[in-house]
Design a protein. Structure first.
Length: 344
């Protein structure tokens, strides 16, 4: 994962756990339990699908019409069950993310507008655009963090489910998946580590541009009478900074994309290269070759979260830093105590 400072990690944990120790924790626990149950079901269906697909392809190779029809029907049944399970899991996840966002946004607003917090934050130059942090960063934080937790959980379940499948076909397949994912993750981080800082700057510069436009809208008449050229130049300068930073992000993203594209293109080929000699020698059936490709892709996807999600992780790290700074300025520990006490 792209590097976060110790302070940012502490902020991530502090903000993340607040919802799950509030009176809303039972609803959150129920939703998380449902998500885990659905993920277990989905992985069981994926393993079953690998064996159904294996027998389906073997039946085709043997020209066995009866077995072909049987496993074709099973194939369709497993696909339908998998689709229903996946949609249900995403629905529960989206509802939980929305509930979390609603809770966190409400309490941040209450804290922001209470006492002298508003004046104190407004006077600090390092806490830019607190309104954006409350409205947009909270949304990104809750949905992205929950998504990452679900992906990590699913990756662990997928690893448990498919490691045995690969080992039963060939231990070399399992070893290749582990090494390939480790090398791919290391190169992705090496090529894209600058994205964390660049994404953090982009959020700030975009917010500065919006602030300048809002300022013009709110003071349009006085500015038009006095300093319009100067105000226009200021907005153009902010836009230039937004575009320049975005160009840098695009350049780093291009470098990461060159590597990850090649990395992903090799995934369907590697297991076939390893298992095909066994088929050519008559040691295994054709269906085992297709099963190895599917199981290898599933396991490699579980191992390759950093490769697949690096840009999302980088953007999320920037959001964590901005939201942590606002949380600390609102006196996070006291706020959490007040929230839990008042909600009870």
């Amino acid at each position: 994962m792209p590097p976060l400072s110790r302070h940012a990690w502490f902020g991530l944990l502090s903000i993340g756990k607040a919802f799950f120790v509030s009176p809303m924790r039972w609803r959150a626990a129920g939703a998380l339990g449902a998500i885990i149950a659905l993920l277990l079901t989905l992985n069981a269906l994926n393993v079953a699908n690998s064996y159904v697909g294996r027998n389906f392809m073997t039946a085709i190779a043997l020209r066995d019409r009866g077995q072909y029809l049987r496993f074709a029907i099973l194939y369709l049944g497993v696909f339908a069950a998998s689709a229903a399970t996946e949609v249900s899991q995403q629905f529960v996840q989206d509802r939980l993310a929305l509930t979390w966002r609603d809770w966190l946004t409400r309490h941040l607003i209450d804290r922001y507008l209470s006492g002298h917090t508003f004046d104190r934050i407004s006077a600090k130059k390092d806490i830019d655009n607190p309104d954006q942090r409350i409205a947009e960063d909270v949304h990104t934080f809750t949905s992205t963090l929950l998504s990452f937790v679900v992906m990590i959980t699913n990756s662990a379940l997928t690893t448990i489910a498919f490691a045995g499948v690969l080992w039963s076909i060939s231990p070399i397949l399992l070893f290749t998946a582990i090494v390939y994912a480790a090398v791919g993750s290391a190169f992705t981080v090496l090529l894209g580590y600058r994205l964390v800082g660049l994404n953090n700057l982009q959020l700030k510069k975009e917010a500065d541009l919006r602030y300048g436009l809002i300022h013009v809208r709110e003071h349009g008449l006085p500015i038009g009478e006095r300093d319009e050229p100067q105000e226009v130049r200021g907005i153009h300068a902010r836009l230039h900074r937004v575009v320049r930073n975005r160009r840098a992000i695009i350049g780093v993203t291009r470098n990461v994309g060159f590597f990850t594209s090649g990395y992903n293109y090799l995934v369907p080929i590697l297991p076939v290269l390893i298992v095909a000699p066994l088929y050519l020698r008559g040691t295994i059936e054709l269906g085992v070759v297709t099963q190895s490709a599917m199981a290898f892709a599933q396991l490699l996807g579980a191992f390759s979260l950093i490769v697949a999600q690096f840009q999302s992780i980088s953007a999320f790290a920037a959001v964590v830093r901005r939201l942590s700074a606002l949380w600390d300025e609102m006196d996070g520990p006291m706020f959490l105590e007040a929230v839990v006490g008042s909600s009870g």
